[in-house]
Ligand binder design. Structure first.
Ligand code: FES
Length: 300
């Protein structure tokens, strides 16, 4: 190219067709994303929640991702115009060229506005799509554990609904019991043991052990698993009784308020104070002496 040509020509590198394709792809992708978000939101009220929610969120996220990539291409392919040198007096042809450039720029600005609007709509519909799942998280458990099913006078019953007589039971045998009428209630499950009374610490008796019976929350204070194992190690010189959580091997001493003696559990299992009713069956004297479960459940 001669110097004259370089000084008097506008060098344009148009990729209008590819540009338009990327723009259309971005537009369609954002529209799909909006539809996906709305589908996810609507899914919450249908009987196919899981499937539709998954499809909707996939469309929304995929649409946004694909749309952004296409948009990036569109920007990349946007027309580049380089003016090699400002002519002092543009010719009629140059004026026409300039007018064309301005019109194209206006068109591009209009497209960008549409894309920005669609992108905003995509994010908004995605947020709406998450309303259902977030709403399904439910209330925090904080404070709920202070109100289990145990109240004064409520009988302890086994899984098959049988009350436990004060005089029954053999020593060193573990049973899982629930409040009468609430079998299976998670926060109220209790491990019940009868131990020789002389083995119990003074504080354990003070906290509600009765005639050798001790009752503790079955929910591990480490991470909430069920403390379902009881063992007696009768090797000399000391006989050791232990309640064990199988998840991470926390060990609790049932003769001493179920305090942790091994493993990661940070605190004792809450103890249930026991009484006996007119018919000789074990009852609770009230709720546990402290909230059940891991301490993190109470952290706010
Ligand atoms: S949940 Fe019991 S030891 Fe971890």
């Amino acid at each position: 190219m001669s110097d004259d040509a370089a000084t008097s020509e506008w060098v344009a590198v148009p990729h209008e067709e590819m540009n338009l394709r990327a723009y259309r792809a971005a537009t369609v992708a954002f529209v799909v994303a909006v539809a996906g978000g709305l589908l996810a939101a609507a899914a919450y009220w249908t009987s196919e929640t899981q499937t539709l929610l998954g499809v909707g969120l996939a469309l929304a996220l995929g649409g946004i991702g694909f749309g952004l990539v296409s948009w990036a291409k569109y920007l990349d392919l946007d027309e580049h115009v380089v003016q090699q040198r400002e002519p002092l007096r543009p010719t009629a042809a140059e004026r026409d060229e300039l007018t064309g450039q301005v019109e194209m720029t206006q068109q591009t600005v209009g497209r960008r506005k549409l894309l920005v609007g669609l992108l905003g709509g995509s994010f908004a519909s995605l947020a709406i799509g998450f309303v259902g799942p977030i709403g399904s998280l439910g209330p925090r458990p904080r404070g709920e554990r202070d109100r289990t099913g145990w109240v004064a006078g409520r009988r302890l019953v086994t899984l098959d609904g049988q009350p436990v007589a004060l005089s029954s039971g053999v020593f060193d045998q573990l049973a899982t019991v629930f409040p009468d009428g609430m079998i299976g209630r998670d926060d109220s499950q209790v491990v019940l043991l009868r131990l020789r009374e002389e083995l119990l610490s003074a504080s354990t008796i003070e906290q509600g052990a009765l005639d050798g019976w001790v009752a503790y929350s079955k929910i591990c204070t480490h991470a909430g698993c069920s403390v379902g194992l009881f063992g007696v190690d009768d090797r000399e010189p000391d006989v050791v009784r232990q309640l064990v959580c199988p998840c991470h091997q926390s060990v609790f001493d049932p003769t001493d308020g179920a305090r942790p003696v091994g493993g990661p559990a940070p605190r004792s299992l809450p103890q249930l104070s026991l009484g006996v009713d007119d018919e000789g069956f074990l009852v609770a004297n009230g709720d546990f002496d402290r909230p059940v479960g891991p301490i993190t459940w109470d952290e706010g």
